[in-house]
Design a protein around this ligand. Sequence first.
Ligand SMILES: Cc1cc2nc3c(=O)[nH]c(=O)nc-3n(C[C@H](O)[C@H](O)[C@H](O)COP(=O)(O)OP(=O)(O)OC[C@H]3O[C@@H](n4cnc5c(N)ncnc54)[C@H](O)[C@@H]3O)c2cc1C
Length: 423
Amino acid sequence: MSHEDADVLILGGGVIGLACAHYLLAEGRSVRVLEQGRVGGAASHGNCGTLTPSHAPPLAAPGMIGQALRWMLSPAAPLYIRPRWDPALMRWLLQMAGRCNARDWRASGLAKGALLNLSRALTEDLVYGQGLDCGFEASGFHYVFRSARALEKQQRDLPLLAELGIVAQVLDGAALAADEPALRPGMAGALHFPGDAQLRPDRYTAELARIVRAAGGVIEEGVHVGGFERGRHGITAVQTSEGRRSGGKVLLAMGAWSAGFARMLGLRIPVQPGKGYSITYTRPAQVPRRPLVLKERSVCVTAWDDGFRLGSTMEFSGYDDRLNATRLAALESGAAEYLHVPVGPVKQESWCGWRPMCVDDVPLLGRAPGHNNLWLATGHGMMGMGMSAGSGRVVADLMLGRAPLIDPAPYAPARFDAPRGAG
Ligand SMILES: Cc1cc2nc3c(=O)[nH]c(=O)nc-3n(C[C@H](O)[C@H](O)[C@H](O)COP(=O)(O)OP(=O)(O)OC[C@H]3O[C@@H](n4cnc5c(N)ncnc54)[C@H](O)[C@@H]3O)c2cc1C
């Protein structure tokens, strides 16, 4: 393929860009993925790899503001906002705070849940259909609680999840101890979600890249996209560190960097980088049977045949890529409160990445408002692995002018153009 003839130029080679590439190729469209680093090398690399329709309820919930303010007082808490002058972040935080009400919580939860459910089913089809070697397991998932009060409070989410068809079981302390020997004694209980799953994210993105290339897709790594060229009918090409690349349609899938690039195109999309950390070890002698969230500490634990990972924290500190030792230590001390063996024998990687956090916690999928041939697939926040296959399929269907498998309206980028409440 020359530099001129891709049907779709995909800007960003994370899990979302790659999933879109796969579904477009499956429909006979040619794609060229432009990635400034290595494919899957950013947020899609060191995350926890859980596929969790159970996580449909959004962050912005009634009561969240008080909780967030309490967390701000502790340097090891799961949420941190670095005080600094950043008007876009301030606006974003205020908008997010304005969504901490039952109506917006429910609307975002339903939208997230529909995409997570679709994606959970499609990911399994993709893994088995294409033979992806990525540690996929239909493992289920536990939210583990040390406090009976917190366990009870969390059950407020269950009616919304039931509405989405997401099955949950409440386990008391004894049932949990019998089910999960890796936990220390004295846990209050757990919520068990049998429909959730896990995979190893770096292997999944590597496998997606493999099948994209095998299907004739072009992936260029080390190519920074720095600008664009416009013609009468829209964007005609992008300017990159390696020269000009053109395509019939352009899909912006730059994850946490999407808002900056979109601004150059006159688009304001409310996506902020939400930094998270993980530590990866060799597999310890005893690991949980399925992924866990250790709820009071917000630490996610995932074990694969070839490793063990603790991950969490949400930090709004811009694009600061320093590893904060206090936050990393909080992952290990949090895990030690719950697990007999909280870390693996050899630490392989301490990592941070930026989640593309959209203000309503719902991704942006669809044509960019005011543009003919610019499309968006971004803003997947804490759920990009779990929403990747569904997002790829929805975007491919929309680009082909077909009705997607789920109602695309809640993900339409144009929702931020309309005044709130105007429908
Ligand atoms: C600690 C942590 C734990 C997580 N756990 C989970 C989990 O268990 N389950 C789950 O579903 N999600 C999880 N997530 C979220 C998930 O990692 C993200 O939602 C997902 O990786 C986003 O994918 P993406 O493709 O949009 O972004 P990215 O993977 O960041 O990809 C965007 C790509 O665009 C490229 N790019 C940016 N600008 C340019 C440019 N100018 N030119 C060329 N290329 C460019 C970047 O280099 C990058 O590779 C977690 C995230 C973190 C941080």
